[in-house]
Design a protein around this ligand. Structure first.
Ligand SMILES: [Zn+2]
Length: 513
């Protein structure tokens, strides 16, 4: 059977419009998805994203907007769908946790867990943070019973609730977390093991309707809805074409979750417990990214993070925000976001290295050979040819392996090293100078054949990161999808014609968005 893979972003808590932090997770995940589709075939890759619409914070945000919760969720879900389109997120399943098919799966799993005896009822008195939607123990709180996340005093609440047993699954969860590469990068695996070394309190998975009625009703007690987290996890699976337990047993071992570091515990501890409780296997990888800092602050009204991320796409053109975020941020670590830095990267990497190379090569081909390729790439016997051809020949496999390892920035570095080699090759071989001597034209033909074939490999390798730019360059090179994928030296042949140069990334002077 063909290898398949199921990839998800976090299901976004939908109490506000999308910001640049969301965009980072979507873009990084989408680049991974695009790479896997090229590698495994599009039909073997599923991609799920969506909105997490239940819970108290959503209900409160709706009330503040003067709307019913469902009306409010409809608006937010529409904003996220728009953002996906504006950010050129590839084909995906958009799950809303208020969709009936999703709610049905949540109820099925709750009932099964209850029937197994892993959900039980007890009276519980505890300290509850409305913002976090969870109970805290006193030692987790700041002095004066202040929530460490929200800096507000938690409420003392006493009520009967349903709980999911957690201790029972600890050994199995720990076994998974210890698995090499289960949580990536490594630092988050260590954090998760630290969390698992403490006693696990059973997870409260219900909310009385008297307090909160915006959620999925418990199938075994209509006075309650389920906790928003219990509900949301199933969105990773609920709207796949087949969500039967048999199908999910096959999908989970090939499931890759992409999440932010703030939701590590819920994914490393609670989600595996929920799966194990219904007899399903645990997912394959948890891929954890850091936060974006905006001029030193994570959230600030004056900085770019409250800006609509699509505005960057409109201002700088397709692929620029995506390129910037994936090149600039090391996956797993926090990264800095600034528009000044986008402009620097744009001018140096895109306008200079990539854009100029493309126009120079195509201009020379037009000028000296009426845009025809008249030599076979990779066959020159000049000592400068060998290293260049080797650099191009290795680019695709090196860059690909780094994407598999989530080293997106290093993958892009490999592609830019090839561009750098090409630009240096032009300087060293000086085709525009030797072209003045008719006796040297065959050498010029060889140089251009090497560069054009190299540019084809670079454009093809760039496809997961810069889908629009990649397609544009391949179009200028006049190659179809099959030819685009060929190994270096086996693509463009003598007699092939390329198109005239058009500017890809005109230089810019200052921030535009
Ligand atoms: Zn809180």
């Amino acid at each position: 059977m063909a290898e398949r893979i199921h990839i998800t972003t976090a299901i976004t808590y939908s109490n506000g419009p999308p910001h640049v932090g969301h965009a980072y997770e979507y873009l990084v995940t989408d680049s991974f998805v695009r790479y896997q589709r090229r590698k495994l075939g599009a039909e073997n890759v599923t991609f799920v994203t969506g909105t997490d619409e239940h819970g108290q914070k959503n209900r409160d945000a709706a009330a503040a907007a003067g709307l019913k919760p469902k009306e409010f969720s409809d608006r937010i879900a529409a904003l996220f769908r728009e953002a996906h389109k504006g950010l050129n997120i590839s084909d995906h399943i958009f799950v809303r946790t208020t969709d009936p098919v999703h709610e049905a799966l949540v109820q099925r799993m709750l009932q099964r867990t209850y029937d197994c005896g892993d959900i039980y009822f007890k009276d519980y008195a505890g300290l509850y943070c409305v913002g976090c939607e969870r109970f805290y123990t006193e030692k987790e709180l700041l002095p004066g019973n202040i929530c460490p996340t929200h800096n507000t005093r938690v409420e003392s609440i006493k009520e009967g609730n349903y709980f999911l047993k957690l201790e029972k699954f600890r050994d199995e969860i720990v076994k998974n977390v210890r698995r090499e590469g289960f949580i990536r990068p490594e630092r988050y695996r260590n954090e998760a093991l630290q969390m698992l070394s403490e006693p696990l309190d059973d997870l409260c998975i219900s909310r009385p309707k008297a307090r909160l009625d915006w959620g999925v009703e418990l199938p075994f007690d209509s006075r309650y809805v389920t906790y928003v987290w219990y509900d949301a996890f199933w969105a990773y699976l609920s709207e796949l074409p087949d969500n039967s337990s048999e199908a999910l047993s096959e999908v989970l071992p090939v499931t890759e979750h992409f999440i932010g570091k703030d939701i590590l515990k819920t994914h490393a501890v609670y989600w595996p417990a929920m799966l194990l409780a219904v007899g399903l296997p645990v997912y394959r990888h948890l891929n954890v990214h850091g936060f974006l800092n905006f001029g030193g602050a994570r959230f600030s009204k004056s900085s770019g993070n409250i800006k609509d991320p699509v505005s960057f796409e409109r201002a700088y053109g397709p692929d620029v925000l995506r390129y910037f975020l994936l090149r600039e941020v090391t996956y797993g670590l926090d990264g800095d976001f600034s528009e000044e830095r986008i402009v620097e990267r744009y001018n140096s990497d895109l306008a200079n290295d990539l854009g100029n190379l493309t126009s120079r090569v195509l201009s020379m081909a037009a000028r000296y050979f009426q845009s025809e390729v008249t030599a076979q790439a990779g066959t020159g016997n000049d000592p400068l040819d060998g290293p260049l051809c080797e650099a191009f020949a290795a680019t695709a496999s090196k860059a690909g392996a780094l994407i598999d390892d989530l080293a997106f920035n290093r993958s892009l570095e490999v592609i830019w090293q090839a561009l750098d080699a090409a630009n240096k090759y032009i300087v060293a071989t000086a085709p525009f100078t030797i072209a003045k001597d008719p006796a040297q034209l065959s050498r010029v033909a060889q140089i251009l054949a090497n560069l054009i074939e190299g540019l084809r490999v670079v454009a093809d390798t760039l496809a997961p990161f810069m889908p629009v730019t990649s397609a544009k360059i391949l179009d200028l090179l006049n190659v179809d999808a099959t030819l685009a994928r060929a190994q270096f030296g086996q693509g463009i042949k003598p007699g092939h014609r390329v198109k005239p140069a058009t500017p890809l990334f005109p230089r810019i002077e200052k921030p535009k968005a």
